[in-house]
Design a protein around this ligand. Structure first.
Ligand SMILES: Cc1ncc(COP(=O)(O)O)c(C=O)c1O
Length: 405
């Protein structure tokens, strides 16, 4: 029986709670509202053409750049480049830097727990330019140790990329310290941070962090899919990796997705407001969910750190002796929508590279489940999860061949 047939046979669950905002999410009505006019009422023109609908479109892009600049401590909106995803922004940062310094040798350093949209372009850049790629190990909570990073940095380091918040286990890296370590050894090395999972969860100021390049993505803050952005500090030289087409931007040609940029701007406004007002409440729900799962479900491990070193919205646990994939289906029947591992790996039976990097065994990584909380989740949602998950895990364990030894 397919998953679709299974869900149909089970009928409507008592409650539906969506926790898969890591992979992609539900878009709030205010954000959809903000996008609608730009399909056919105004600003539907090409933003680089000087007719009225074109100017209006340009204004949308400029206003969104301005808000991003204000939110992230960026000195000028000109330093914000829109792409069509976080993946594209990461590719531009890594490949653009490597190609701009092609012929000079050197190395690119990334952490072992980066999103694949950083790791794969770093490996590709190495094949294109002959540079070396080095993956820096992390500790059992996912942190890069500045002293360990320092041992890899040298005068020929071209770029270092370490994410601000991990997308699977919520580890908040001390980017300020890591960037300082790199610049102290080699002031010419560029520092990039992938902040896709940090935006709206932690305060970000590029000057305080000391980074040259920083990536964000709209759908990670309940904005629409189809927009990402890269902060490129003035003076940083990147080779455009996409060529051609009319655009207001030279680093990422191709007409901008104006309705989605309008939606991203609205989502950012809401995320910044809630970062001030609801962050602690979300963290409280996170801790209630973590504590409840660890105490109610035997043989359960928390992946990643606790407290304020963990993103306020992230709960990632491994239920031993259970296949995470099977549990996502079992929980779907109860209206609880979660993911196992990250989106990029969840359709492949490869354990998450992030969980392996923090020292989890294959079987522990396979039993991992990720819950992402948002400002729209309530105490009742968390209680509903805690009332259903223990029974779902026990049922799967009863029929599983993976037994405690
Ligand atoms: C840390 C991180 N970086 C990059 C991306 C890629 O962003 P997008 O889905 O917009 O391509 C994601 C998305 O899951 C992410 O979590």
């Amino acid at each position: 029986m397919s998953v679709k047939e299974l869900l149909a046979e089970h009928g409507t669950p008592e409650r539906e709670v969506y926790f898969d905002h890591e992979n992609s999410g539900w878009v709030p009505p205010e954000v959809v509202e903000a996008m609608l006019p730009y399909f056919n009422k105004r600003g539907y023109g090409h933003p680089s053409i000087t007719n009225k609908p074109g100017w209006e479109a340009y204004e949308v892009i400029w206003e969104a750049r301005k808000l991003l600049a204000e939110a992230l401590g960026i000195s000028s909106p000109d330093e914000v480049v829109f792409t069509h995803s976080g993946t594209e922004a990461n590719n531009l940062a890594i490949l653009g830097t490597a190609l701009a310094s092609k012929g000079r040798g050197g190395k690119i350093i990334v952490s072992a727990v980066e999103h694949l949209s950083v790791i794969f372009p770093a490996e590709f850049a190495a094949r294109l330019t002959g540079m070396d790629v080095i993956k820096v190990p992390v500790d059992e909570e996912g942190f890069v140790d500045p002293e360990v990073l320092a041992t890899y940095v040298s005068k020929d380091t071209v770029l270092v990329s370490v994410q601000l918040v991990n997308h699977e286990i919520g580890t908040i890296q001390n980017i300020r310290e890591l960037a300082k370590v790199v610049k102290d050894i080699n002031p010419d090395a560029l520092f990039h941070t992938d902040a896709c999972d940090a935006l709206g969860r932690v305060n970000i100021d590029v000057r305080e962090l000391g980074v040259d390049l920083l990536t964000v993505s709209s759908h990670k803050i309940l904005g629409p899919k189809g927009v990402g952005a890269l902060y490129v500090r003035k003076g940083v030289r990147l080779e455009p990796i996409v060529k051609g087409q009319l655009s207001t931007q030279t680093l990422w040609p191709g007409v901008e997705n104006v309705p989605a940029i309008a939606g991203f701007r609205k989502a950012l406004e809401l995320a910044l407001r809630d970062l001030r007002t609801r962050k602690y409440e979300i963290a409280r729900l996170r801790d209630k969910l973590i504590d409840g799962l660890l105490s109610e479900v035997p043989h359960t491990l928390l992946n990643g750190p606790r407290g304020d070193r963990r993103s306020p919205d992230n709960v990632n646990v491994s239920f031993l002796y259970v296949e995470g994939e099977a549990l996502t289906v079992e929980l779907s029947l109860k209206g609880i929508y979660v993911s196992s591992g990250s989106a990029c790996t969840s359709r492949v039976l490869e354990p998450s590279h992030v969980l392996l990097a923090i020292g989890r065994k294959h079987e522990e990584a396979h039993g991992s489940i990720l819950f992402r909380l948002t400002r729209y989740h309530s105490e009742e949602d968390v209680e509903y999860v805690l009332s259903r998950v223990p029974e779902a895990v026990s049922r799967l364990r009863r029929i599983s061949s993976l037994k405690p030894s």
